[in-house]
Design a protein around this ligand. Structure first.
Ligand code: DOR
Ligand code: ZN
Length: 345
């Protein structure tokens, strides 16, 4: 039985830090686990330009504890008005690693998102030309589509046509939640990859709704049926270079989740690696953990993997019921549970 695993230091390819007090409270959790993270731009107001991303990066770096080596990788929030020249300049300067497509109204702070992908076709063509990756929140937003079908319908209506039209564009299908997404990624060319969160590998929709509504299990895209979870577990642990770690850690204060209109988002940053590795252990795939956590992401983004190593060992770790979230506490994923693996160094 494997009792410990040493791998290259992982990166988180999809993460929300927020800003201000909340950001300062949550950044140390990610910086403890990961060397780099793709930081999502859905602040209010959103991070839509190179200048805003550059200023946000400085605020994040100020929140990294002394002596911790952590690099935030910035993204721009695409709108119907995005300036392709600004995006290209930010990418050339190394400020913007990628741009994020939020369909307008799909999730937290997405009101300024793209109303129709056709409105940003020029921007996407430019991104394809310069090799700038596109991170995609893959859900349609039309009210006639059931929330559990929104990802699958997005593939048919938006993503497949986009990939057919711009095969050179590097696309990361973020936080996939369905077997349809896995099939799409499998059948697409090498320029399409996907991130998978820890929660979508652990929970199905029963975990949100059976025995009472559990707001801390609610995120978007919402967890689906068990068969989808099993497809995601198969994909993540398969060793395929198309899948990599992206926590989608999304801090919301306890009172904003436990509300009559609770926010979407699961804060998994404090024990993300412990949560992921459990899946690889359960699936007898510990040998593929380093590829998923530390190699596939940098390879897709065209970066070198980290040189530093970390070690996880099979030893219990207790997840607290809540953690400091700045102005108010935040309930982490797996709150109050004991996990079987822990990060030792
Ligand atoms: O659950 C989610 N929370 N999904 C998203 O897409 C956004 C995120 C957030 O920012 O809270
Ligand atoms: Zn996200």
């Amino acid at each position: 039985m494997v009792e410990s695993l040493t791998i290259r230091r992982p990166d988180d390819w999809h993460l929300h830090f927020r800003d201000g007090d909340t950001m300062r409270a949550v950044v140390p959790h990610t910086a403890r686990q990961f060397a780099r993270a793709i930081v999502m731009p859905n602040l209010a107001p959103p991070v839509t330009t190179t200048a805003l991303a550059s200023a946000y990066r400085e605020r994040i770096l100020d929140a990294v504890p002394d002596g911790t080596d952590f690099t935030p990788l910035m993204t721009a929030y695409l709108t119907d008005e995005t300036d392709a020249d600004d995006l290209a300049a930010g990418h050339a300067d190394g400020v913007l690693i990628a741009a994020k497509l939020y369909p307008a109204g799909a999730t937290t702070n997405s009101a300024h998102g793209v109303t129709d992908v056709r409105n940003i076709m020029g921007v996407l063509e430019r991104m394809a030309e310069i090799g700038m990756p596109l991170c995609v929140h893959g859900e349609v937003t039309t009210p006639d589509i059931d929330i559990f079908d929104r990802e699958a319908v997005f593939i048919d209506r938006v993503l497949q046509p986009l990939v057919d039209r711009l095969p050179q564009l590097k696309v990361i299908f973020e936080h996939i939640t369905t077997m349809q997404a896995v099939s799409f990624v499998e059948s697409a060319g090498p320029n399409v990859a996907a991130t998978i969160t820890p929660q979508h590998l652990h929970i199905n929709r029963n975990d949100i709704l059976v025995g009472g509504i559990r707001p801390h299990m609610y995120c978007l895209p919402v967890a689906k049926r068990e068969q989808h979870k099993l497809a995601l577990r198969g994909a993540a642990t398969s060793g395929s270079p198309k899948y990599f770690l992206g926590t989608d850690s999304a801090p919301h204060h306890r009172h904003d989740k436990e509300s009559d209109c609770g926010c979407a988002g699961i804060f998994n940053a404090p024990f993300a690696l412990e949560s992921y590795i459990q899946v690889f252990d359960d699936e007898d795939a510990l040998g593929n953990f380093e590829a998923f956590a530390s190699l596939n992401g940098p390879s897709f983004y065209g970066m070198a993997p980290n040189e530093e190593r970390i070690t996880l060992e099979k030893a219990p770790v207790d997840v607290p019921r809540e953690v400091d979230g700045g102005a108010a506490p935040i309930v982490p994923f797996n709150a109050g549970e004991t996990l079987a693996w822990r990060l030792v160094s």
